[in-house]
Design a protein around this ligand. Structure first.
Ligand code: ADP
Length: 150
């Protein structure tokens, strides 16, 4: 069984994340969208809200599971028996950052990171910009899945 973990903050889930997940579906038997929790980080949406956005968005997709974890992503991968980490790449900054993490993870574990390049139509979307718009009363309906509009 080819199982991948797609780790992230998902604060909130965006159409950029959804694009990567939809396009990864044919590559894996199961994708666990794993919300990493870090007690020193401040989030806009609670863990329950972030989980619920993802669960509702992929309610009809049996290959997708949602979970939360603390600590190292590779340790979580071992726990759920996942051989792959899935990540999206938007730009050279993402690449440089992700490269070091992926190479480190590969060095200290057996886990491969699989990268998908963002689609042109969603490459500009980021959770942090979505949060800025929401905090200032703007409309994010073209940037996030319907389940995130509250
Ligand atoms: P993190 O805090 O780990 O960066 P995010 O929730 O911001 O978590 O992102 C999770 C993953 O989704 C990362 O691999 C990130 O590069 C990817 N991602 C985020 N936005 C987009 C987008 N617009 N297009 C493609 N991938 C994206």
């Amino acid at each position: 069984m080819k199982r991948a973990v797609f780790p992230g903050s998902f604060d909130p889930l965006t159409l950029g994340h959804k694009d990567i997940i939809d396009r990864a579906l044919p590559l894996f038997d199961e994708i666990i969208i794993a919300i990493g929790t870090n007690s020193s980080k401040k989030y806009m949406f609670s863990l329950e809200q972030r989980k619920s956005f993802i669960a509702k968005t992929f309610a009809n997709e049996s290959k997708i599971k949602v979970d939360t974890y603390k600590g190292l992503t590779i340790n979580y991968c071992k726990k759920v028996n996942s051989q792959f980490i899935l990540r999206g790449l938007r730009n050279p900054a993402d690449f440089e950052f992700e490269k070091a993490i992926a190479q480190t993870n590969r060095t200290i574990s057996e886990i491969e990171t699989v990268f998908l390049l963002t689609s042109a139509s969603t490459s500009f979307i980021s959770s942090s910009i979505v949060r800025d718009i929401l905090q200032n009363g703007g409309d994010v309906s073209l940037l996030v899945p319907k389940a995130v509009i509250i």
